[in-house]
Design a protein around this ligand. Sequence first.
Ligand code: GCU
Length: 346
Amino acid sequence: MMRTKTLTMAALATATALTLAACGGGETSGDGETAAAGGDGGGATMRLALNQTEEHPSFIALDNFGQRLEEATEGRYSIDVYPNETLGAQAEALQLVSDGSVDMAIVSGTQLENLNEDFLVFNLPKVFDDVEHQMRVVNDEAIVGDLYASLEESNNVTVLGGFTQGARSVYTTDGPIETPADLAGKKLRVQESDLHIAMAEAMGASATPMAFGELYTGLQSGVVDAAENNEVSFWTQKHYEVAPYWSYTNHLVGLDYLIINSDLLAEMSEEDRAAFDAEWTAAYEEHTELWATATEEAIANAKAGGATFTEVDEAAFAEVLEPLAEEFITSESQQALYDAARAAAE
Ligand code: GCU
């Protein structure tokens, strides 16, 4: 499905401008096709921005999603997944989906928190007990329906659902940590989120927000001394090479979202939309299944590459993180989401 892997941002902007000029507007595809408006059976090759490698479960599930969608819509809709931040880091990808130059993207919940603070509820440490609990909540229309539609008017972006990021833990360049005190004086890279800056500080570190794609170099050069993520990214991004000490803080079960340009979604015929929804459901189910195996493999591979995995005083981390929910939940809508999420725990 990958055709123009090396497309640059400038090339993309030019290509989009040229296609728009030639077609007189409308949704563009990677091939310069135009998705017909009005749900009359048009189609598009949709470009999807991803910041993971082709080995990552998100790439695999999305690529399969694209192939099934193409079959189900008899070729009217297909998806080209661009991995490795080829179409930009997540903050840019979100902007490009909003303005329609890119059709879809996977973005972390932290990015959406910056557009609507209600999303931060699902970025809180300890809001989800595990992946199963998280998936129950984020696919429950009664809980998330309004939230997922909340960016349509303001940003022309529809949230379709979530892929788990699994449990996230801290890893360091110079020896494992056991307690929050061990993070004193360490620069911990976090995603671009006020909540996660506060989270790193609560865990005893000093926080450095940074885009994902800059992190390997950041760890290697000493701009940061630590990061936090899941084992799958630790392995696929090769972070274990430069920060090999994994410490099981398990501070957060993270969440990625699939987003799409709202105009493009509205243009789909009812039949194509039904196929799209069915195949997306199959995609997140496949992703959740792949996740468990990918995590085991990542641990084994990283260990073989010299990484160490150690237990921490988890209770000590849980204690310093506990006040964050009260501090960051400031509205009734956030409280309602938080209560609904916790009520779905077993
Ligand atoms: C995970 C997640 C990404 C996110 C990254 C990060 O890998 O799946 O969406 O960008 O963490 O820490 O930035």
